[in-house]
Design a protein around this ligand. Structure first.
Ligand SMILES: *Cc1c(COP(=O)(O)O)cnc(C)c1O
Length: 386
């Protein structure tokens, strides 16, 4: 018999989602707008404390529109987290702008403020900074926002993974000029697919709604003076999102409990540490990750193989963007400066902090439906290797 699949992070539905969807059917609001869309925007604002929100078809669409609203053009330099999912970077390339990757620090695995400051030495005029809160753990926002303000550069927070995580008591996503969330299938809550753009600037969010619905001018006939997009969230999708939002806090607590269980279970194995928390904030623990000690005999791939044999899903750490074939032409800045420059001088491959985490790390199954038995099984399989 096939062993039960244990997932990394799969959708967890509760019933209310269906109620909102049924309501949409009953009222024939089966459209890329409608009462659920408006309500989800309001509810996200209420939850995060943000002033305005635009519900969109994906988190990636939200990043793209944030860049459009900042009028990013061909050749503009954008500083962006190196250790992330490619969706953070792709919209920069849609606009033919130039990403410059910023290495991670070891304290939270997020954008290193030292490397960010360093990046301004080589590229003094970036048009935006895109900072990710990896695996739900807030970046060093105090330092990052200070640097952005000092240089007068707008910050976009890619909070796709960190909805419900806070920094100094405030929701991630609300620190930048724009914040984005994702409701993709494996995120902490899902609408089956979708995203949200948030900002304190209501005019900008109004403009995002305009651009996301094909940029129709206010005229009876179809008139256009801008290039538009079909990026609006559907009313069905928003219904699922509304039902999920009712359970966001519960999901967060369950995710945090999974992290604590792993942390306690591996506390006596000196080769294993868990992904670091930010003491200035509260992580939503979207994915629990482990990091193996330098020189550890067990490799992340070995752990993945052992889990996969038992039909348990795990995943490598995101492969850093500067190591991706599609982005290899672009520069990456570490705390010690540009790796392109350093590799010329030191004539050899520079291993960034992000690459080191990628080499030694692993994402553990973090599904909130995991039972006590599932967790025990995962833990004992991993423990048996040490
Ligand atoms: C999931 C994710 C996105 C993309 O969100 P979609 O809703 O899937 O488009 C962007 N950035 C990060 C860091 C993500 O994890």
């Amino acid at each position: 018999m096939e062993k039960k699949r244990i997932y990394l992070s799969s959708p967890t539905m509760h019933g209310e989602e269906q109620k909102f969807v049924e309501e949409a059917f009953a009222t024939n609001w089966v459209a890329p707008l409608g009462p659920n869309v408006n309500s989800l925007e309001k509810e996200i604002c209420d939850y995060t404390g943000s002033k305005a929100a635009a519900a969109l078809s994906a988190g990636t669409a939200a990043i793209h529109l944030a860049l459009k609203l900042l009028e990013i053009k061909e050749g503009d330099i954008i500083f962006v987290s190196d250790l992330t999912f490619s969706a953070t970077v792709n919209p920069i390339c849609y606009e033919k702008a130039t990403p410059v990757f910023i290495d991670s620090e070891r304290d939270t695995w997020n954008m290193d403020p030292v490397a960010l400051e360093k990046a301004f030495e080589k590229y003094p005029n970036p048009k935006a900074v895109v900072c990710v809160h990896l695996y739900g753990t807030p970046a060093k926002l105090q330092e990052i926002t200070t640097i952005c303000e000092k240089h007068g550069v707008p910050l976009i927070e890619d909070a796709a993974e960190s909805l419900s995580a806070t920094y100094q008591g405030k929701q991630t996503g609300t620190f930048g000029k724009f914040g984005i969330y994702s409701f993709n299938g494996n995120k902490i809550i899902t609408s089956s697919g979708g995203g949200m753009l948030i900002s304190e600037d209501e005019k900008m969010i109004e403009k995002a709604r305009f651009l996301s619905t094909q940029a129709r001018d206010a005229a009876r006939h179809y008139q256009h003076s801008h290039i538009g997009y079909n990026y609006r969230m559907s009313n069905i999708v928003a219904g699922i999102g509304r039902g999920q939002l009712l359970h966001l806090e519960e999901h967060k607590h369950k995710k945090q409990k999974i992290y604590q269980e792993y942390q306690e279970a591996f506390s006596d194995i000196k080769e294993i540490t868990m992904n670091p928390m930010n003491p200035e904030g509260e992580s939503n623990c979207w994915l629990s990750c482990l990091l193996l000690a330098e020189g550890c005999q067990v490799e992340p791939n070995k752990i993945m193989d052992v889990l996969e044999e038992e039909n348990i899903e795990s995943r490598p750490i995101w492969k850093p963007m500067h190591l991706q074939p599609v982005f290899e032409a672009y520069d990456c800045i570490t705390a010690e400066g540009s790796i392109k420059d350093r590799e010329k001088i030191e004539s050899g491959h520079i291993i960034t902090v992000g690459e080191d985490i990628f080499n030694r790390g692993l994402c553990l199954p973090s599904d909130i439906k995991n039972t006590k038995e599932d967790m025990e099984k995962i833990i004992s399989l991993i423990r048996s290797l040490f």
